[in-house]
Design a protein around this ligand. Structure first.
Ligand SMILES: [Zn+2]
Length: 151
């Protein structure tokens, strides 16, 4: 069976619309995480980067791999989360991306103060003070608990 067909029929089954064009517009990106050995609706296995998408009409929720998420919505956010997670895994003092930060803020997971602070320090070229690094790392750790290894 064709993989793209499997994905679209699975999504349509979970949607109100019975056409792909209509169904794909019912879904929004809600979450991303990394989990080894995940599977995508298309049938692809051994996926690590997983996106949770939610149907805003009937509240259905499903997981898709990063292999397919771009097929039916603007997935800049999903990409940004994975890029950011990988950066933090290598260096907890690095920056998450601007898109990931906005998303983290818009979903209400950080305080207004944290958002302002992070937006400010991520632009700085100069070395941060130990205190600034401490706050930034705290936000990074928060980001990782929300977006990493949910099982
Ligand atoms: Zn897939």
């Amino acid at each position: 069976m064709n993989n793209a067909f499997t994905l679209t029929s699975e999504i349509i089954a979970l949607s109100e619309s019975s056409t792909w064009e209509g169904a794909k517009r019912e879904w929004i990106f809600t979450h991303a995480f990394q989990r080894p050995e995940s599977a995508c609706l298309c049938g692809k296995k051994s996926i690590i980067n997983v996106c949770i998408i939610t149907n805003f009409i009937n509240d259905n929720e499903t997981e898709v791999g990063n292999c397919c998420v771009k097929k039916f919505m603007d997935m800049d956010e999903g990409e940004a989360v994975f890029i950011s997670l990988n950066k933090l895994k290598h260096d907890i003092e690095s920056n998450i991306t601007g898109v990931a930060l906005d998303m983290f803020n818009e979903t209400g997971k950080i305080t207004a103060w944290e958002y302002e602070f992070y937006s400010d320090v991520m632009k700085k070229r100069k070395k941060l003070s130990p205190k600034q690094i401490k706050y930034k790392v705290a936000v990074n750790r928060k980001f990782m608990t929300y977006y990493r290894d949910k099982s």
